[in-house]
Design a protein around this ligand. Structure first.
Ligand code: GLN
Length: 515
C-alpha cells in the first residue's frame, strides 16, 4: 500500500512507532496531488511550503515524545489534511469559490482550523467549492469544476466536492467540509468516502464564511468511521467565539466504536425511498439494512410525514439568511470592488462582477421572501413548517435510536447534466436537507456501487448523539468492504498550477512559491 492510501488511524500508528516520518508522508501526498490534481481539480490553493514546515515540526514532536517515552500524542500529529475554501485560514487565500473573495487573505484562522493546527495536523491546501457553498455539484465554483475520481466526466457532488474528491483520490488523508443542506454527506456519498455532519452547535462556526447561519455546520470527510471520529474529536466542543456553539461535554468518540449493534433500534423512513430514488441506490441501502439487522439491530419502518416540504422550506430559509449574510460584500470593506463615480454604481457593478448566477438568484429570492408583504406568506410560513419537520424527527427518535436512508437519490451525475436547471440541481439534496432544518447529526457511509459508481447510506442521529451514528457506521464497516474501495484513477501527470498536457485549464494555484 502506498502512503497516500493510508487511513488517518493507520498513518498515525506508523508515525508514532517511527516507521515513517511526517515529512515522508507529506511528500507522498504532495506527489500524489501533482500526479492527480490536474485531472481531479480538487484544490483551489496548495500550500506545500507550509505543509513541509508543519511536517518538520510534527517530526520534532514525535522524536521528543519517543525519547521521553510519552505515549499521549494527538492522533492527528503529522497527518496531512485539506480544508474547504469557505473556512478562514490566516495568511492563506480564502475565496469561497467566488470572484468576490478571489484576493481575500484572512488575518485569522477559523476555530476548526486553529484546533487542527493545535492537534499538529499538516495543511495541504484549500479545496474547491460551489460559490459560497451554494450548490450540489461544485460546478458553481467561479474557478473550475472538480471532477469525480471514480469517473472524471461526472461531478463529485457539492458543495464540498473538492474535499470529497481529494479524500477519494488520495490527495489528502482527511478533510473538512461544511454542510448547510447536505454539502458534506452528499459529496461523500457520490465519491465513496465517509462524511459526517455534526449536530448544529457541536462544532464552532467561527471563521466559517456564513451562507445560512441557522443551518451551516462544519463536518468531516475521511475513509473510515474511525477517522471521522478522530477528526470530530479534534474540532468539536464549545468555543467562546461562537455563541451558538453548545456548552456540552465532548464524549470519547473513538471509545464509542464497539463492534456489535445488539439492542439498537433502526428506523427506516418510508418517505426516503420514493420514486425518484434509483433502483441501484435503493438496492444497496436495503442490503445494508439487512447487514445492520445481522449485527443485532432491530430494523423497523418509521414515517417522517413532512419530508416533502423540506425542499421548499429549505429554499426559502437558506436564501433568506444568505441574502442577509451576503449584504456585506458591497465593494467597500473587503473583497472585489469596482471603483465608480457614484456609490450606488459601485455597489451594483461590484456585485454584478463579483457574484455568479446562482448566488445572485439566491440573494434575489431571499430578499423577496423577507420583504414587507411577503414575509408572512413565505418566510414565516417556512419557519412554521420547519418546526413540523423537526417534530417529525423528535417523534421518530422516541421509538428508534437512528434512522437509515440513502444519502442521494442517484449516483454521481455527468458534469453539465443539471447545471442549466436549478430545480433539478436542488433535488440532488432532497434526502439530506431535512436533517439541517432539524439541526441533528448525520453520517454518509459507502454501502456499495451502482453503475460502477459509489452509493452512500445515511445514518441520522439524535441531537448531540454523534457517538451512536459513528458506532453504527463503524460496525457496518467491520463486515463490509465498501469503505476500502479506491477509484482507479487514470491520470495525466502535470504540475498543479501549470498548463497540463491536454491543454485544459490549470488547476489550483500554489501558494508560497511566488507569493
Ligand atoms: N445544495 C444545497 C444548496 O445549494 C445545500 C448546500 C450546502 O449544504 N452548502 O443550498
Amino acid at each position: 500500500m502506498q502512503l497516500h492510501e493510508l487511513t488517518i488511524r493507520e498513518a498515525g500508528q506508523l508515525l508514532r512507532r517511527g516507521e515513517i516520518s511526517a515529512v515522508e508522508l507529506t511528500e507522498a501526498l504532495i506527489d500524489r496531488i501533482v500526479a492527480a490534481d490536474n485531472d481531479v481539480r480538487a484544490y483551489l490553493t496548495l500550500t506545500p511550503e507550509l505543509a513541509r514546515q508543519q511536517a518538520e515540526e510534527a517530526d520534532a514532536r514525535l522524536r521528543q515524545a519517543r525519547q521521553a517515552g510519552d505515549g499521549a500524542l494527538s492522533p492527528l500529529l503529522g497527518i496531512p489534511l485539506a480544508i474547504k475554501d469557505v473556512l478562514c485560514t490566516a495568511g492563506i487565500p480564502t475565496t469561497c469559490g467566488s470572484r468576490m473573495l478571489e484576493s481575500f487573505v484572512p488575518p485569522y484562522d477559523a476555530t476548526v482550523v486553529a484546533r487542527l493546527k493545535q492537534a499538529g495536523a499538516v495543511l495541504l491546501g484549500k479545496t474547491n467549492t460551489d460559490e459560497f457553498a451554494m450548490g450540489s455539484s461544485t460546478e458553481n465554483s467561479a474557478f473550475f469544476p472538480t471532477r469525480n475520481p471514480w469517473d472524471l466526466q461526472r461531478v463529485p457532488g457539492g458543495s464540498s466536492g473538492g474535499s470529497a474528491a481529494a479524500v477519494a483520490a488520495g490527495e489528502a488523508l482527511g478533510a473538512l467540509g461544511t454542510d448547510t443542506g447536505g454539502s458534506v454527506r452528499q459529496p461523500a456519498g457520490l465519491c465513496g468516502v465517509v462524511g459526517l455532519k455534526p449536530t448544529y452547535g457541536r462544532v464552532s462556526r467561527y471563521g466559517l464564511v456564513a451562507f445560512a447561519s441557522s443551518l451551516d455546520q462544519v463536518g468531516t470527510m475521511a475513509r473510515s468511521a474511525t477517522d471521522a471520529a478522530l477528526l470530530l474529536a479534534a474540532i468539536a466542543g464549545h468555543d467562546p467565539l461562537d455563541s451558538t456553539s453548545a456548552k456540552l461535554e465532548v464524549p470519547d468518540y473513538v471509545a464509542a466504536l464497539r463492534g456489535d449493534l445488539s439492542g439498537l433500534r433502526v428506523g427506516v423512513p418510508e418517505e426516503y425511498f420514493g420514486p425518484g430514488t434509483e433502483p441501484g441506490v435503493e438496492g444497496a441501502v436495503r442490503a445494508a439494512l439487512e447487514q445492520l439487522a445481522d449485527l443485532g439491530a432491530r430494523v423497523e419502518p418509521v414515517s417522517l410525514p413532512h419530508t416533502e416540504y423540506a425542499l421548499p422550506v429549505f429554499y426559502l430559509i437558506a436564501p433568506a439568511e444568505a441574502s442577509a449574510n451576503l449584504a456585506r460584500y458591497d465593494g467597500i470593506r473587503y473583497g472585489h470592488s469596482v471603483p465608480s463615480a457614484e456609490l450606488w454604481e459601485l455597489y451594483k457593478r461590484t456585485r454584478e462582477e463579483g457574484f455568479g448566477a446562482e448566488v445572485k438568484r439566491r440573494i434575489m429570492l431571499g430578499t423577496y421572501v423577507l420583504s414587507a408583504g411577503y414575509y408572512d406568506a413565505y418566510y414565516l410560513k417556512a419557519q412554521k413548517v420547519r418546526t413540523l419537520i423537526r417534530q417529525d424527527f423528535e417523534r421518530a427518535f422516541e421509538r428508534v435510536d437512528v434512522l437509515v436512508a440513502p444519502t442521494s437519490p442517484t449516483v454521481a451525475f455527468p458534469i453539465g447534466a443539471r447545471a442549466g436547471d436549478p430545480l433539478q440541481m436542488y433535488l440532488s439534496d432532497v434526502l439530506t436537507l431535512s436533517l439541517n432544518l432539524a439541526g441533528l447529526c448525520g453520517i454518509s457511509v459507502p454501502c456499495g456501487f451502482s453503475q460502477g459508481l459509489p452509493v452512500g447510506m445515511q445514518v441520522f442521529g439524535r441531537a448531540f448523539d454523534e457517538a451512536t451514528i459513528l458506532r453504527v457506521a463503524h460496525a457496518y464497516e467491520q463486515v463490509t468492504p465498501w469503505h476500502t474501495c479506491r477509484p482507479e484513477l487514470i491520470t495525466t501527470p502535470a504540475r498543479p498550477g501549470e498548463e497540463p498536457a491536454d491543454g485544459s485549464e490549470p488547476a489550483g494555484r500554489v501558494q508560497n512559491e511566488e507569493e
